[in-house]
Design a binder for this molecule. Structure first.
Ligand code: ADP
Ligand code: ZN
Length: 539
């Protein structure tokens, strides 16, 4: 006879140990599959509830006398938090990582060898040491290895943003311990990464559980930078007065300055970045979690493992590295399911900076190529005229319909044909070329280009005799904002590079086709600064 779902041991564990009433989404199916010894690949967005997908099976299997579950994780902070929470709930769990003294580590090893542990968290490099493998061998012989959970499984893929060499070694688990079920989990779901995970961890036979990545209660808005601080303040005052939010900035200095400025404007704000001492960081984080009207201004150092349900907005004052990062950071908004905003301001300088960071890193050329492709995908999202959510989900391999809850759906942008304007800008840069014109480096940046195109007689224009150029004043019909849009797009598309300390402009070979008018360029009309939609706040 089939046992009724009410009496399933997994559900009992969920209720008795974790105090939840029901599984969420695909959790029930995943847990059932793993409890009965199947391998699983779990793709679930951040906050979706991945941990229970291995914790519950670990407890159920332990109660069946099957010993200890080994959880591989690269995140020391997460191990620490989870082990703390499990022990509090009466589940015997421990971790092994570099933060333990050798006495502490020995104590954990004793518990492990005895088979009394329910869950052991361990970093991948530690797992694959001969010492550790010997202990696992012994458990395996005694049938006391209940399962392997491989968290952050995207780390096995170079396509992902945080590839870790040690993850490649994890395929050994399958060969060495056949029959021990494995569950690999990640919040990164693009096709490429997924195929890498399956192949490199030998999960061809595993059942794949793919959750929707949609967060329907999050409203996506991407605006052009035009005094970003003032834009941010307007967002907070108009829509999020007295609410909790996170503002991401790229540099520590900008974090400090923005937090101080918000405070001056009467917004309660705290800075958070890796340059603050551990004590200050902990204090700020605790206050953010406890109080419900604080704005945390932070670098990406803030967020991993932060589980605050009522974050009402996440704002980006700088462009993240790629769509995965954008999705993960914005995903910290609205975990309680109530309406929340993901808001970003971006401009030409962001595009230039991100391109430069890739160019100047000492990564392999192949890796840089991937990073550029990923940045391009994010730029396409930022420049999009159509539904942001459709694009975001499509990036993660999910088809969807226009959402009615992003800026482009709520307030469709007007577009204009910028093909001619782009040609004018490119030919102007061409004429800046050093030896009577050409491709390659010039000595002039965006500001000067805009002055020449719009026919402004500045000192610099006079100094270089640029009022005599045939391109002088040919763009007087367009606004400065429109020209900035044109140039930003040209940089985003890689037709123009901004180089060196002064961001001097240079044409790249791909500009040729645009100059010839072979590539149509359609841009969004710059919005009036006050045109932000104020729709209803229901999800
Ligand atoms: P992820 O690892 O996917 O980001 P977590 O495992 O940290 O997500 O879970 C996110 C939050 O959701 C946690 O606070 C967790 O306790 C909660 N949660 C997960 N599953 C359930 C459930 N079935 N019922 C209630 N809360 C849940
Ligand atoms: Zn939309």
């Amino acid at each position: 006879m089939l046992s009724s779902p009410d009496s399933s041991p997994a559900l009992q564990v969920l209720q008795q140990v974790f105090g939840y009433t029901a599984f969420r989404g695909p959790q029930a199916a995943i847990v059932e599959h793993v409890v009965t010894g199947g391998d699983a690949l779990v793709l679930m967005p951040t906050g979706g509830g991945k941990s229970l997908c291995y914790q519950v099976p670990a407890i159920v299997r332990h109660r069946q006398g099957l010993g200890v579950a080994v959880v591989v994780s690269p995140l020391i902070a997460l191990m620490h938090d989870q082990v703390g929470a499990l022990e509090e709930a009466g589940v015997h769990a421990a971790y092994l990582n570099s933060t333990l003294s050798s006495e502490q580590a020995q104590q954990v090893e004793r518990e492990l060898r005895s088979g009394r542990l329910v869950l052991l968290y361990v970093a991948p490099e530690r797992l694959l040491t001969p010492r550790m493998l010997a202990m696992l061998d012994s458990l395996h012989e005694r049938q006391l290895l209940s399962l392997f959970a491989i968290d952050e499984a995207h780390c096995v893929s170079q396509w992902g943003h945080d590839f870790r060499e040690e993850y490649l070694g994890l395929s050994a688990l399958h060969e060495r311990y056949p029959g021990v079920p494995r569950v690999a989990l990640t919040a990164t779901a693009d096709d490429h990464t997924r195929r890498d995970i399956v192949e490199r961890l030998q999960l061809e036979e595993a059942a794949a559980f793919v959750s929707s990545f949609d967060r329907p209660n999050i409203r996506y808005t991407i605006v052009e930078k035009d005094n970003p601080r003032a834009q941010l303040l307007r967002l907070i005052r108009d829509e999020h007065e007295g609410e909790a939010g996170v503002v991401y900035c790229q540099s520590r200095r900008k974090v400090e300055e923005t937090a101080a400025w918000l405070e001056q404007q009467g917004v309660r704000a705290l800075p958070y970045h890796a340059g603050l001492d551990a004590d200050t960081r902990r204090r700020h984080q605790d206050r953010f979690l406890r109080e419900d009207d604080l704005v945390m201004v932070a670098t990406i150092a803030f967020g991993m493992g932060i589980d605050k349900p009522d974050v009402r907005f996440v704002a980006h004052l700088d462009l993240p590295k790629n769509i995965e990062a954008y999705y993960q950071e914005t995903g910290r908004a609205g975990r309680d399911g109530e309406a929340a905003d993901a808001w970003m301001a971006y401009g030409l300088a962001d595009v230039v900076n991100q391109r430069r960071m890739i160019d100047e890193s000492d990564a392999e050329e192949e890796f840089k190529r991937l990073q550029r492709a990923k940045l391009d995908a994010l730029l396409a999202l930022a420049e999009a005229h159509d539904c942001r959510r459709v694009r975001l989900l499509a990036y993660f391999g999910e088809a969807s319909r226009p959402c009615d809850n992003c800026d482009n759906c709520l307030n469709p942008p007007r577009t204009w044909d910028a093909t001619e304007a782009a040609r004018k800008a490119l030919s102007c840069i061409y004429r800046f070329g050093q030896h009577g014109g050409g491709f390659g480096p010039t000595r002039f940046g965006a500001g000067h280009l805009l002055d020449v195109l719009r026919g402004k007689r500045t000192d610099k224009v006079a100094q270089y005799g640029h009022e005599k150029l045939s391109t002088f004043g040919i763009g007087a019909d367009l606004s400065e904002a429109q020209w900035r849009g044109v140039l930003r797009q040209l940089v985003a598309l890689g037709h123009v590079q901004a180089e060196g300390e002064f961001n001097t402009l240079a044409l790249t070979p791909s500009a040729r086709a645009v100059l010839k008018g072979e590539v149509p360029i359609i841009l969004r009309e710059p919005r009036e600064p006050t045109a932000r939609v104020r729709g209803s706040r229901t999800a």
